[in-house]
Design a protein around this ligand. Sequence first.
Ligand SMILES: [Zn+2]
Length: 63
Amino acid sequence: MERSMRSSIDDTTVPLVSCEVCLKRVAKDVAPQADAPNYVAYFCSETCLQRWHAQHGRDAAAR
Ligand SMILES: [Zn+2]
């Protein structure tokens, strides 16, 4: 397993995704992700992932 620290994201070689919560751009490789009903959501950090779960989890559970 290769674990390299990326201090900066190279836009030309690394596929980027936008954080579902704060819309920050992050490398797809390292972004935490969650399965939504119709798509996969990506996040810049565990904090945003948990924030998203808090909102959407409640929504989904209610129905
Ligand atoms: Zn974020």
